[in-house]
Design a protein around this ligand. Structure first.
Ligand SMILES: Nc1ncnc2c1ncn2[C@@H]1O[C@H](COP(=O)(O)OP(=O)(O)OP(=O)(O)O)[C@@H](O)[C@H]1O
Ligand SMILES: [Mg+2]
Length: 1213
């Protein structure tokens, strides 16, 4: 155990007894360890070196030469993934170190991987999964069956075990049974309560019956003839046995309260012929009492909960009497524990299943009914209560409290009522052939009642087993060639208080363990012989002394108990315990017997307690727990007579079965009743004998936790069970001689490294082309030779290699010196004792740790270099990245600054622009307003001036026009007047003219007539025609002239009228102009709006105008601007007007003359003359001007002239 070695360290406290640890330091006396798991991980502990003798006491420690470190075991290297997949840990025997912690670790690791089965050599370890796993399907069964068949026919490697499974154990037993020897087989299933024995038994039976089923057997199932096949009947026996023999306990809902051995008989062809069931030690105490949370046997609850109304009536289960309680809780025998329900199935379903199984076993309905009646009768019997009354002798005796209940019980049990009452209240003793009746006290009567119930139920159970056997048994023993038995037996038990049952159970287990040890020894022996190893010096542990302590006559515990029972009333539990102490511990202060199996301290002795050291550990038995009574299990005389006489057939039958089993054939005289221990010993003996004649197979069931929960494992409980189950004992036995076994290849590969300096030529490194055994022999010789030499690390040149330097620095191992016989080379394996093995292992660890240190140094160097390079690279990367980040950050800051600047500038610009724009807009608007105002003022001024001027001009024009019109009107009026007068006159002349014209027309007409007459009378035509034409021409001219004169006359008239109108209008206009001028004069005089500035301006402007009238001056100030062209136009107009005036005058004169010529022409020739007419008009006009023109008009005209002149002067200077 070099420092750094992984070991398991035992801890007596805590939930985990074995903690994985690492050796820190080692001295010859002390080992310092560091815990690597558990609650104390990291903390250290020490273990002293102790002698191995004391270690053997509790069976937990293994020998290591003479001495070993206390509670420390070498740990196996952990399995790799591939090893796990390959199932390297499927058989723990292949583990290099096989001991308690190694098994515990391997089993728990596999359990959590869902692998509940593990081989430990020939023993199958089965951990209860507490959940239905898909491990028992038809396909899996078939695969095991196929593989087993191929192996049996040597088509597969028969040496290689099937995968660990119940099926493989069953298959192996079947194949061995069918082998040439046709040897019977037995499968021994053990384990503590709730570990899964019964379930495993069922699985084994299923496999065996399936393999042994006759496929051509037509009587299968309901579909066939109705009769079940033997396979089905064998399987159907289980529910019946479980209903009567199983009960709910705190540890298991379906706990078998009896041991069971089922023997399956097969014929030559391996076909199942039938089965036999042997039961052991039914727990009858349960009938009278069971603890809280527990139950009585299932059949009671099934009947109470599953019975029909009719059955209720028949079995007197009156609901009315229960006082509201459920029936199961009401009855004394079923209600003590609260009658809880089962987890996996209900009692109603249970009854159906039980009844179905009974029917399928061929039981008649009457038989089933009678069985159920007895069950109901027992329930009613339990209800019988006793009152106390005083006998004649003054003694307190029992009296029935209620006869109805007893009557019901008697009726249902099929016994005589009076006899039943007697059996309950009276005890009959026979002394010297005389019967003595003793009335029982109430408490004794209650005991009698319970013991009667126990007797009836015990007998009933035996009867049921017998009936089951009758249903499934094989017809003819000759048909049976071999058998396979399955033993489902209680495992080793050790409670706080252990009684008779525990002693029997542990005795059984002790006996079975001995058988197991013998078997293992035999196997070992076989292996040694196979491997040609000398095994003569190998010793095996034997527990015969323990068995003797329990059973050997006369001093064995059980024989002494029988002897005590024989004493009758004088015998007692206490006496028995005392006698045991006297025999085994004769010395006053002695606590351990000579054989070390029996022990008791002084206190224990005083309490009647003694201890027996079984193979699985010490168990304390408390004597005063009814050992004697339980062992006697007598049927009272009263009960005997009850069953033998006047009872029903069934109860008689039941009683007979009981008597058959309990009575001892003495050969002479009447049969003696056997004690329970005697019966049991006998049964056990026959069982062991039977097993010894068979090939045994072992299944050890383990219960991973007490809570019956899946995926939960309590290591402490598992360790206890490994010990109790004898698994470790088996290992210990197996490993006592040469505990370490390695095949040649494994041995060579493992230890060749111990000789690194031995060259290849001397000893090969590889096994290729070499005989493994020879190579191993050679290796061992060299090893012993080299091992004796001291270790040399220096090379020939004085240098030391690095590896050797490391080796030098390490703690040096012991020299490899051991006896050659300690390592035996078999044909295929190398067998080693523990000492040499540990020595080789320590050298291996030494070399391995040196090599691993060297490799680690290289690896660490490489790792460091790699790390350095990675880090350097990473540092560069980080720097690059950091600089990049920094640069980007700087660039970003600059950009931000620039952007900030830009933004500031923009902002400022915007502010300034806004300011500027605002002031500009303000200025512009101010200017515009100012200019607008000025302009508007100017325009307004101009407009005013223009209006004023226009007004003045307009006025002047109007005045002028009206004046001229007035003048014209005056003139025209005068002319018109004259013309009118003239026309008036000429109208009168016109009459004359018309007259004259008429005359002319008449004259012309007369002339025409004269001419026509003249033409007709004249002979000369030319002169006459010419004179006529001239005359006609003249006439035409005269006519045109006449019409022209007429038109002119009309025009002249029209013109005269027009002139008259214009004259009137002229007059009116003149008048209005005069009014306007006056009004404006007034307006100008009054106007306040004319500003002082305008007045000044006006005055300044008017200052240069010498003679102007006031209204006109004002008009100029406010009037319009007068252009030179307008002035010229006016001047021209004035000139034209003057010329026109002149021309008018001239025309007036010409017209006067014309008038006068016309007058003269008219007077002279009588024709109209235009020139004369014009002259006439001119004359008229001049007359008007001179004589008739209105004086006011002329005055107006005179007024206008100076004004016109003034305007012209003002405007144009
Ligand atoms: N292989 C299994 N698969 C699933 N569940 C199982 C298996 N084995 C046992 N169990 C469960 O464990 C319970 C107890 O098993 P079982 O009755 O076989 O224990 P036992 O060892 O016979 O106990 P006892 O000694 O009290 O009779 C079963 O009721 C079942 O629920
Ligand atoms: Mg069971």
């Amino acid at each position: 155990m070099e420092p750094g070695t992984k070991v398991w360290t035992y801890q007596s406290t805590g939930d985990d007894p074995w903690i994985l640890s690492e050796v820190l330091t080692r001295t010859p006396d002390l080992l310092t360890l560091k815990f690597l798991s558990g609650d104390d991980t990291g903390s250290t502990t020490t273990r002293p070196l102790v002698s191995s003798t004391s270690l053997n006491e509790d069976g937990t420690k293994m020998e290591m030469g003479d001495k070993k470190y206390e509670g420390v075991e070498l740990a196996n290297p952990p399995l790799s993934e591939s090893e796990i997949k390959e199932g390297s840990d499927a058989d723990m025997i292949s583990l290099p170190h096989l001991h308690e912690p190694a098994i515990l670790h391997a089993v728990s690791e596999r359990y959590f991987r869902g692998e509940i089965y593990t081989w430990t050599g020939p023993v199958l370890i089965a951990v209860n999964p507490f959940q239905r796993l898909p491990l028992y399907t038809r396909e899996i069964l078939e695969s095991y069956r196929q593989e087993g068949l191929l192996r049996s026919q040597n088509l597969l490697d028969a040496q290689k075990a099937l995968g660990p499974h119940v099926y493989s154990v069953a298959d192996r037993s079947y194949r061995q049974m069918m082998s040439e020897q046709r040897k019977s087989q037995s499968i021994l299933i053990s384990g503590e309560s709730g570990a899964g024995k019964t379930e495993t038994t069922k699985i084994v039976m299923l496999y065996l019956t399936t393999l042994g089923s006759n496929e051509s057997d037509g009587e299968s199932g309901e579909g066939g003839s109705g009769k079940l096949s033997i396979m089905e009947r064998v399987l159907q026996s289980n529910p019946i046995l479980e209903a009567f023999g199983n009960a709910k306990t705190l540890r298991n809902d379906n706990s078998s309260r009896f041991g069971k051995f089922i023997e399956l008989g097969f014929n030559r062809a391996g076909i199942l012929q039938g089965a036999k069931v042997q039961t052991y030690l039914l727990e009858k105490v349960r009938l009278g009492f069971h603890a809280s949370g527990e139950r009585n046997y299932h059949i009671f609850y099934q009947l109470l909960r599953g019975a029909t109304e009719e059955q209720h009536h028949k079995y007197c289960f009156h609901d009315g009497i229960t006082g509201g309680l459920e029936l199961a809780n009401f009855f004394h025998y079923t209600g003590q524990g609260g009658a809880p329900q089962l987890r996996e199935f209900t009692d109603e379903e249970g009854l159906k299943y039980t009844l179905k199984s009974m029917s399928s076993m061929g039981w008649s309905d009457d038989k089933i009914d009678n069985v159920l009646s007895i069950i109901a009768g027992i329930l009613h019997l339990g209800q019988v209560k006793f009152e106390s009354k005083l006998s004649e002798g003054g003694q307190e005796i029992a009296q029935l409290a209620d006869e109805k209940t007893v009557a019901d019980a008697a009726k249902l049990l099929g016994v005589d009522l009076q006899k039943l009452i007697t059996a309950l209240t009276v005890r009959i003793m026979v002394t010297r052939g005389e019967e003595i009746r003793i009335d029982l006290a109430p408490d004794k009567a209650a005991d009698a009642r319970d013991s009667l119930a126990k007797t009836i139920y015990g007998a009933m159970f035996l009867w049921v087993v017998k009936e089951v056997n009758n249903s499934i048994k094989w017809e003819n023993d000759k048909d049976i060639r071999s058998s396979a038995g399955v033993l489902d037996i209680f495992g080793f038990e050790s409670f706080a208080i252990n009684s008779f049952e525990q002693l029997c159970i542990n005795f059984t287990n002790e006996a079975l363990q001995q058988q197991f040890n013998k078997f293992i020894f035999k196997l070992e022996q076989e292996e040694y012989e196979r491997e040609s190893i000398n095994w003569a010096f190998i010793e095996f542990p034997d527990n015969q002394d323990c068995l003797d302590t329990i059973q050997a006559r006369p001093k064995g515990i059980l024989p002494m108990l029988d002897d005590e029972c024989k004493l009758g009333q004088r015998g007692s539990d206490k006496n028995w315990a005392q006698r045991l102490n006297e025999i085994y511990l004769p010395e006053r202060n002695q606590t351990i017997s000579e054989n070390t199996r029996f022990s008791a301290t002084a206190i224990q002795k005083a309490k009647g307690i003694f201890c027996v050291r079984h193979f699985a550990g010490n168990v304390q038995y408390t004597a005063e727990t009814g050992f004697l009574e339980k062992n006697r299990d007598e049927i009272p005389l009263t009960a005997k007579s009850l069953f033998e006489e006047d009872s029903s057939d069934l109860i008689k039958e039941v009683y007979e079965v009981q008597m058959e089993q309990s009575e001892e054939e003495t050969g002479k005289g009447p049969a003696k009743q056997k004690t329970v221990s005697q019966q049991f010993k006998q049964q056990l003996q026959s069982l062991i004998e039977m097993i010894e004649t068979t090939d045994p197979h072992y299944i050890r069931c383990l219960k991973p936790n007490d809570a019956a929960k899946p995926k939960l494992l309590t290591r402490k409980r598992l360790t206890e069970q490994l010990r109790y189950g004898g698994v470790l004992e088996a290992v210990r036995v197996a490993r006592m001689g040469y505990p370490v076994r390695l095949d040649h290849a494994g041995f060579f590969k493992r230890y060749r490294m111990l000789l690194p300096s031995v060259p290849e030529e001397k000893l090969a490194w590889s096994m290729e082309d070499e005989d493994p055994q020879k190579l191993c022999v050679k290796f061992l010789d060299i090893l012993l030779e080299e091992g004796a030499k001291p270790l040399v690390y220096e090379n020939a040149d004085g240098t030391i290699t690095r590896a050797n330097k490391i080796r030098m620095a390490q703690r040096q191992p012991e020299p490899m010196v051991f006896a050659k016989t300690d390592v035996q080379l078999g044909k295929t394996k190398v067998f080693m004792r523990k000492g040499p093995h540990d020595l080789l292992e320590s050298h291996r660890v030494f070399h391995q740790s040196a090599s691993s240190t060297l490799i680690q140094s290289w690896m660490k160097g490489m790792q460091q270099r790699r790390r350095y390079l990675i880090m350097a690279d990473a540092a560069l990367d980080i720097q690059r990245w950091y600089r990049g980040c920094m640069g980007r950050a700087r660039w970003w800051r600059l950009r931000e600054a620039q952007a900030g600047q830009l933004l500031t500038n923009n902002f400022r610009m915007q502010v300034v622009r806004i300011k500027y724009n605002r002031s500009r807009a303000g200025t512009i608007s101010l200017q515009a307003q100012y200019r607008g105002r000025a302009t508007r003022r100017l325009i307004a001024l101009t407009k005013i001036q223009a209006y004023r001027r226009m007004y003045i001009r307009k006025n002047a024009f109007r005045k002028l026009r009206s004046a001229s019109v007035a003048i014209q009107c005056c003139v025209r009026r005068g002319i018109a007047k004259k013309e009118f007068n003239e026309l008036k006159r000429s109208q009168k002349d016109m009459g004359k003219l018309k007259e004259h014209n008429e005359k002319l027309k008449m004259e012309m007409a007369s002339l025409k007539a004269m001419l026509q007459a003249q033409a007709a009378s004249d002979a000369g035509k030319a002169e006459n025609k010419k004179a006529i034409e001239e005359k006609e021409e003249e006439i035409k001219k005269l006519e045109i002239r006449v019409s022209q004169l007429e038109r002119e006359l009309a025009n002249e008239k029209e013109f005269v009228q027009k002139l008259e109108k214009e004259l009137a209008a002229q007059k009116e206009n003149n008048h209005r102009i005069v009014q306007d001028l006056q009004y404006q004069k007034e307006l100008l005089a009054k106007s306040p709006q004319v500003s002082e500035q305008a007045r000044k301006h006006s005055r300044a402007q008017s200052a240069g105008i010498p003679a102007v009238t006031e209204p006109l001056a004002e008009a100029v100030v406010v009037g319009h601007t007068i252009t030179p062209e307008a002035l010229a136009m006016h001047r021209a107009e004035v000139a034209r007007l003057e010329a026109q005036l002149e021309e008018e005058r001239k025309m007036r004169h010409a017209a006067s003359r014309e008038i006068r010529s016309l007058r003269s022409a008219l007077e002279g020739k009588g024709e109209y003359d235009a020139t004369a007419s014009t002259k006439f008009i001119s004359d008229t006009m001049s007359e008007v001007t001179e004589s008739e023109m209105d004086r006011s008009d002329v005055a107006n005209l005179n007024d206008i002239e100076p004004e016109m002149r003034c305007v012209t002067t003002c405007c144009f200077g």
